[in-house]
Design a protein. Structure first.
Length: 235
């Protein structure tokens, strides 16, 4: 899941990055309104966390311009303003949710997950299936053989990329770009996510679906022949 945080409080932004990146989210940040609007109009995000009081352009004006441009990405207003009138103005201005400071990070996380899930459902429910593996893009539910699999957002996004391309291979570069855009994290985080995904999707089942192509990338496929690929993501 990819988030944009438009917030001028550096300490708060640092806390958000620490919390969400540890859970597999990809984040961009903007310290003022014009920068936030530019990113929101030129990049694709699953949700935007938007402060009300911002330098150079406040959050309500940014939101109005975003909606005028036809962008329907979910927006959660994050602000110290708690009056009912402020909340009403935000919702009427196009906000999808409203959370007042101070707040608990787990609450923010579940609100953003719910917004992203509803947005996907609004674009039409789609289900990806490979063999007995199933990913519902509307509800974000993942099952294999009818058994629910619980994945972190980054692993779920990785699974979506692999299932959309199946049975073709997907290069490491394409997977990294799909997860983190043009700013991949330091270290081989992709390798770590593939390891976690393989452990959830293939670990409990005798037939393996995730295959490593050395020096190329990965593919998710139900192969008729035994898998001779050597995984490079074991720890």
């Amino acid at each position: 899941m990819r988030l944009l945080v438009v917030e001028d409080n550096r300490n708060l932004v640092a806390n958000l990055f620490e919390y969400f990146e540890a859970r597999g989210y990809a984040l961009d940040a903007a310290p003022d309104g014009p920068t936030g609007l530019h990113l929101a109009l030129t990049q694709d995000y699953d949700a935007i966390v938007l402060d009300w009081m911002l330098p150079r352009m406040d959050g309500r004006e940014l939101l109005a311009r975003l909606r005028d441009a036809g962008r329907q990405v979910p927006v959660l207003m994050l602000t110290a303003r708690s009056e009912l009138d402020d909340k009403v103005k935000s919702f009427r201005g196009g906000a999808d949710d409203y959370l007042t400071k101070p707040f608990d990070l787990p609450e923010l996380e579940v609100r953003l997950e719910a917004l992203a899930a509803r947005a996907r459902g609004g674009r039409g429910r789609r289900v990806l299936e490979v063999a007995d593996l199933r990913l519902d893009l509307g509800t974000l539910e993942v099952t294999r053989g009818g058994r629910a699999l619980h994945l972190y957002p980054a692993c779920r996004k990785l699974l979506e990329l692999l299932m959309q391309a199946s049975p073709a291979a997907v290069s490491r570069e394409r997977l990294e770009r799909g997860l983190w855009g043009d700013s991949p994290p330091d270290g081989d985080m992709l390798r770590s996510h593939v390891y976690e995904l393989r452990r959830s999707v293939d670990g409990p089942f005798p037939r393996k679906l995730i295959h490593t192509l050395p020096r190329v990338g990965y593919r998710l496929a139900d192969l008729d022949t035994p898998d001779h690929d050597q995984p490079d993501d074991e720890f």
